[in-house]
Ligand binder design. Structure first.
Ligand code: GRF
Length: 235
């Protein structure tokens, strides 16, 4: 049976030239240390990622990632969930911040909250997440501990598009690392984190380039000539 195509490319708006490309302005949602955010900042500075971080939003005011963003000259703001009447109201507030800054793609980088319908509907197939396991193994919290307790010999990192179910959604890139008999949660986490920092900027670059579609639950890259979507440089 031929798999049903559920989405092709990105949502595109018509312009006088045909189609507007995907905005290369990204919004990064964090809750803590922000080392993956830093890997994006570094990849942009090194020319490995053609994007602009338009805004960083944290749900925790103490998140160290807010300082990393500000140190790099990036707008960083905290939206406190307790200031909103409902989860949906909170998500709608995030959407407003992102839309006001013309964000095209949203990157979750250690954002410790479930993403609800208002955010998913505002950015369909345009929210990315990184998870410290080879999904679909070990979704949810403490993925590295889960891997150790299960006794797997290989674990790793996954970048995927965000769907309504936790740590599900089409997989963009994965990287594997060995699990050693001597590993602790800390040593395994550190080995995976090295791969995360390489993988996330690469996955964002792939998604922003636009030559892809989602078919069934698969993220499929397309030959460049099959895509009508031009790139917009340096926006
Ligand atoms: C990373 O391990 C990431 O995979 C997970 O949360 C952690 C965030 O770390 N989703 P950091 O805040 O990017 O340093």
């Amino acid at each position: 049976m031929v798999a049903r195509v559920v989405a092709t490319m990105m949502p595109r708006k018509k312009s006088e030239k045909g189609y507007d490309p995907l905005s290369r302005r990204i919004g990064v949602l964090i809750s803590g240390r922000g080392s993956n955010l830093q890997s994006m900042i570094d990849a942009i500075a090194a020319g490995r990622l053609n994007a602009t971080i338009a805004v960083v939003v944290s749900n925790r005011s103490a998140a160290a990632g807010l300082q990393r963003a500000r140190a790099a000259g990036i707008e960083a703001t905290c939206l406190r969930p307790e200031d909103y009447a409902s989860r949906d109201d909170y998500d709608r507030a995030i959407v407003r911040v992102l839309n006001d800054r013309d964000v095209g793609v949203v990157c979750l980088a250690g954002f410790m909250r479930r993403v609800g319908a208002p955010l998913l509907e505002a950015f369909p197939n345009r929210i990315l997440n990184i998870h410290p396991s080879l999904l679909p193994a070990f979704p949810g919290l403490d993925a590295q501990r889960q891997a150790l307790e299960h006794g797997v010999r290989v674990s790793g990192a996954t970048v995927h598009l965000v769907a309504s179910e936790l740590d599900s959604g089409p997989i963009v890139l994965q990287a594997a690392v060995p699990v050693l008999d001597t590993d602790t949660v800390e040593t395994l986490s550190a080995r995976i984190l090295i791969e995360e920092h390489r993988l996330y900027p690469e996955a964002i670059q792939i998604v922003l380039a636009g030559h892809w579609k989602v078919e069934g639950r698969k993220f499929m890259r397309l030959p460049a000539e099959a895509s009508a979507m031009p790139l917009r440089a340096g926006s």
